[in-house]
Design a protein around this ligand. Structure first.
Ligand code: DX5
Ligand code: ZN
Length: 229
């Protein structure tokens, strides 16, 4: 399994999303990460299906839609129609997670489940065999530019072990929050294979080059021994 970079446009200039997508694609980003927030599950408000559809028109790489909303079941169809290739939903808001995961898959979209930093891995034990990927939050969701929570490294290892035990070795782990050139090698060593990065890319004066460097750091860590702190 290789390492992919998912560029989060949350930290991009919303007046120039097309240019932002083009730049990170030139830099080798594998996915465009779309952070959907409802001002309820998380304090912030961002974008919805209309912006996702607009991104789909310009993006050449797949769209990875991260739903930070209280009632994702109501909007899954809309995001699938808007062009999402991957949709992830938070376990904290879903009493019928099995139904939701299979509803996403039935739309031909890859289904992911997301764990907040304080949510234990056991919350996904019964769904681990069914998911296409797991997203481990390494910050509390809601904002870009936060500091990576170091405890996430052992959580990534725990999720990897769970997926393997469940016979789902093919499902990658995505990690989201505080990923930069310093944390990227650490999360790769812990088992992450999709790295979301917002501010590390878009707060740079050269997002294309920042994406390229982050990808090199992540891919380089695949072959390297575990990094020193
Ligand atoms: C945070 C979002 C992230 C965000 C990450 O709630 O889910 O995708 O864009 O931003 P950085 O990479 O700046 O931590
Ligand atoms: Zn996200």
């Amino acid at each position: 399994m290789t390492v992919q970079i998912a560029a989060s446009v949350l930290s991009a200039d919303f007046a120039a999303l097309g240019a932002a997508v083009a730049a990170v694609e030139r830099g080798g980003a594998d996915l465009i990460h779309v952070d959907v927030m409802d001002g309820h599950f998380v304090p912030n408000l961002t974008m919805g299906p209309a912006v996702t559809r607009a991104l789909k028109r310009v993006a050449r790489v797949p769209l990875d839609v991260h739903l930070m909303i209280t009632d994702p079941d109501r909007y899954i169809d809309a995001f699938a129609e808007a062009g999402a290739a991957m949709i992830s939903v938070h376990v904290e808001v879903l009493p019928h997670l099995h139904r939701t995961v299979h509803a996403i898959k039935a739309l031909g979209v890859k289904a992911g489940v997301v764990l907040n930093p304080a949510t234990p891995v056991v919350a996904i034990e019964q769904i681990a065999a069914d998911v296409d990927f797991v997203l481990v939050m390494s910050v509390n969701p809601g904002f870009g530019g936060q500091t990576f929570i170091a405890r996430s490294e052992s959580k990534l290892k725990e999720v990897r072990a769970l997926l393997d035990r469940a016979g789902n070795a093919a499902a990658p782990i995505e990690v989201d929050g505080g990923i930069d050139h310093r944390t990227a090698p650490r999360v790769v060593a812990a088992g992450a294979r999709i790295l979301v990065a917002g501010s590390a890319i878009f707060s740079s004066s050269d997002p294309e080059q920042a994406a390229r460097e982050l990808k090199a750091a992540a891919v380089g860590a695949l072959a390297a021994p575990a990094p020193a702190r």
